[in-house]
Unconditional design. Structure first.
Length: 80
């Protein structure tokens, strides 16, 4: 079966509405910064592992300005 791009998009979004995850921390108030941080972290490991690191990181660096102002060693995910 071949679908037009619009049909594929509609089906994918309908599937996600039913089966997708809707309660991940980066889905709450999804700013470009929050999504970017989650994407970087998710490249390294699984969602369940990322969540506590993400929450600590966002508590420490809630926006790009606070991250930019931090000394380099303080923004390592391993120390958050």
């Amino acid at each position: 079966m071949s679908l037009e791009p619009e049909q594929f998009t509609e089906r994918l979004l309908a599937w996600f509405e039913i089966h997708g995850r809707h309660n991940l921390p980066w889905q709450e108030n999804p700013t470009p910064y929050r999504v970017w941080v989650s994407e970087v972290m998710l490249q390294q490991t699984q969602v369940a592992t990322v969540i506590p690191y993400y929450q600590r990181f966002m508590a420490r660096f809630p926006d790009v300005e606070s991250l930019a102002a931090a000394p380099a060693p303080s923004c390592s995910v391993s120390i958050c």
